[in-house]
Design a binder for this molecule. Structure first.
Ligand code: SF4
Length: 471
């Protein structure tokens, strides 16, 4: 059987003339994970439009399309086209799970939630010529899942081909997050068996890894064993975790020893009222600066995530947030305009308050204002968001942020990482278009080498940390 798997370009990334780096970082792991359930005889063509031109002039038997909110209209167009020519079309992903009625108009079968259990079931039914219209995930386990079909990934086209996911979901329930809707009807957070995760890491060539897990430290037993297993594997890696998990116990030290060099942290807002509005309980009364200092003391760079437009935000929020990031040497900041994704509690709340202004999903890209704001006007919010990006990534602030680090190496790493990320977009664009992006991986690995803490020249052991806490 001929199988076509497609990740259509997101609306904000579809220009053939300008390819922003952030959309060419990671290969479509979800599709490659599902491909592992197909048979060896199947002819599989996996295409990611973020790094290649889509070929729609073929004749596959089965088409599988991953749908996000800002590629939904384009994904539907592709689906309609293939269905017209007689292919059987499957749609799955976050947006399909949020709005099944919308998606099912463009598909023969839709998948709700993660596909590890439902996709193999579909394949059986399809073979028996009795596929269902909807497959909804209820069994949630990563035990004995087959190895991801990484051979289908065009590694050279990505900066980070070694992306990996060893858990699914997150133990928290922030009201703006897609996670709860996607995992409805079953477990919302589960992990691989540690040995399976280590075996998957072992299969990846080179040194650098990027964990795409929503919360890599979400299960401390699993994460602790994973990091112990990784110690000595000579890896450097990046991942994401919450403020409270950085402050709690000694997991972050274990992560640093295993090779953690940069962490995406969801600070989101400094306002207690905003945290409560977002149900972001895990950040309430947490000392953000202590978390930052702890990460820096371990030589871990920080990518801070911040949301603008929550109801308690005023006109000063943009300057306050940028100044805090620069003063505390956050290496990169990701700013978002609050976006009520369909299926989330935030969307339900805003809908019941009559605050949803548009259902044009292309605008749900966290850069546009799609809801009725409170303290800020929509223009103030949009302009403040644009200003924050410009200001944080101005050369003067990049220099200021980097100079605040203690060690010279960390200063340089901050400068190269932050500057490289935002100041060399034309070079990234050129590398993506000439399919040479992966040649930059050694540079990234060099930037992610270990920073030795100034006073000790070693990452603190647990015994030293106990002593330091006691002192
Ligand atoms: S901590 Fe992050 S991943 Fe978890 S629910 Fe909140 S926003 Fe979602």
């Amino acid at each position: 059987m001929k199988v076509k798997m497609i990740l259509p370009a997101l609306a904000e990334a579809e220009s053939p003339f300008w390819r922003p780096i952030k959309y060419s970082l990671f290969p479509p792991l979800g599709l490659a994970t599902l491909a592992a359930y197909l048979s060896e005889e199947d002819e599989i063509d996996l295409q990611d439009q973020h790094v290649e031109e889509l070929n729609l002039n073929d004749n596959p038997d089965l088409v599988i399309i991953q749908v996000y909110i800002t590629n939904a209209y384009w994904a539907y167009e592709i689906a309609d086209r293939y269905r017209k020519q007689g292919a059987y079309v499957l749609l799955g992903g976050l947006h399909v799970t949020s709005l099944p009625d919308e998606a099912s108009q463009h598909a023969d079968t839709i998948f709700l939630g993660p596909g590890e259990a439902t996709f193999p079931q579909f394949l059986k039914d399809f073979k028996n010529k009795e596929p269902k219209k909807v497959y909804s995930s209820s069994i949630r386990t990563l035990d004995k899942i087959p190895p991801i079909r990484r051979d289908l990934i065009k590694r050279s086209r990505y900066l980070v081909p070694n992306s990996i996911v060893v858990t699914r979901g997150c133990p928290h329930h922030c009201n703006f997050c897609y996670k709860d809707a996607f995992f409805e009807g079953g477990k919302g957070f589960y992990t691989q068996v540690v040995d399976d995760a280590l075996a998957e890491i072992d299969r990846l060539p080179g040194k650098h890894l990027y964990f795409l897990d929503d919360h890599l430290l979400g299960n401390s037993k699993f994460a602790g064993e994973l990091f112990e297993g990784m110690t000595g594997m000579n890896r450097v890696f990046q991942g994401a975790a919450t403020v409270d998990s950085v402050l709690r116990g000694n997991l972050i030290e274990k992560a640093a020893r295993a090779g953690l060099r940069s962490l995406f942290v969801g600070f989101e807002t400094f306002s207690t009222a905003n945290l409560k509005q977002s149900n972001k309980k895990q950040n309430l009364e947490k000392d953000y600066i202590a978390a930052v200092n702890r990460l820096h003391s371990l030589g871990i760079m920080i990518n801070g995530s911040f949301v603008f437009g929550l109801d308690d935000d005023d006109k000063d929020v943009f300057k306050r947030t940028v100044d805090w990031g620069v003063k505390n040497s956050i290496t990169t900041s990701t700013y978002h305009v609050l976006t009520p994704y369909p299926g989330t509690q935030l969307y339900k709340d805003m809908e019941s308050q009559g605050r949803i202004l548009t259902r044009n999903w292309d605008l749900y890209d966290t850069r546009n204002v799609v809801y009725q704001t409170t303290n800020l006007t929509a223009d103030e919010l949009k302009n403040g968001y644009d200003w924050a990006y410009r200001e944080f990534y101005s050369w003067s602030n990049i220099f200021k942020g980097s100079l605040n680090h203690e060690s010279h190496k960390h200063k340089l790493k901050h400068l190269f990482y932050s500057g490289g990320w935002k100041k060399f977009e034309p070079i990234w664009n050129f590398l993506i278009k000439t399919k040479n992006l992966n040649n930059m991986l050694p540079v990234l690995e060099a930037i992610l080498t270990k920073v030795k803490p100034k006073d000790d020249l070693a990452i603190p052991t647990e015994a030293k940390l106990e002593f330091m806490k006691g002192g």
